[in-house]
Design a protein. Structure first.
Length: 143
């Protein structure tokens, strides 16, 4: 192989540096995301002609509950605040002062978040959500 011109050597050097920076930033982003927010099992149930989907995300000192309610036959349930008919406990201790933050809303579906903070998210802790509608339904996870 012959000698490369200085311009080509510089170009190759910059390409190698660019690829290294992109690789490192991708690794850092992946590691920080997986540490920051871990999702638990998605649970769904049909209650009062409405589909409830709950996904808990465990963060460092809090839990974020992503809740979706979909109903074509019982649209009145979509206008209610979920905190009026739910009870949340962590290892048997009631969580009070819940705030339902609606993210998306349509005629047949509402999606929102309940943030439980600051709380201890120790491994083995039991998270329970009870919905009191026509029938009582309990969703349970082990952190």
């Amino acid at each position: 192989m012959g000698r490369l011109k200085p311009a080509y050597r510089r170009l190759i050097f910059y390409l190698i540096v660019l690829l290294a920076v992109m690789g490192l930033s991708r690794m850092i982003q992946t590691n920080s995301d997986s540490f920051y927010k871990t999702s638990l099992e998605i649970k769904e149930a049909i209650i009062s002609k409405s589909k409830f989907t709950i996904i808990p995300y465990v963060l460092e000192n809090s839990i974020e509950l992503s809740i979706s309610i979909e109903s074509f036959e019982n649209p009145d349930i979509l206008s209610q605040t979920i905190t009026d008919f739910c009870f949340i406990s962590l290892s048997g201790n009631a969580i009070e002062n819940l705030h339902w933050d609606i993210k998306k809303e349509s005629q047949s579906k509402v999606e929102g978040v309940i943030l439980l903070e600051p709380i201890s998210t120790k491994e083995g802790t039991k998270l329970e959500i009870d919905l009191f509608l026509e029938s009582n339904t309990t969703f349970t996870w082990i952190l």
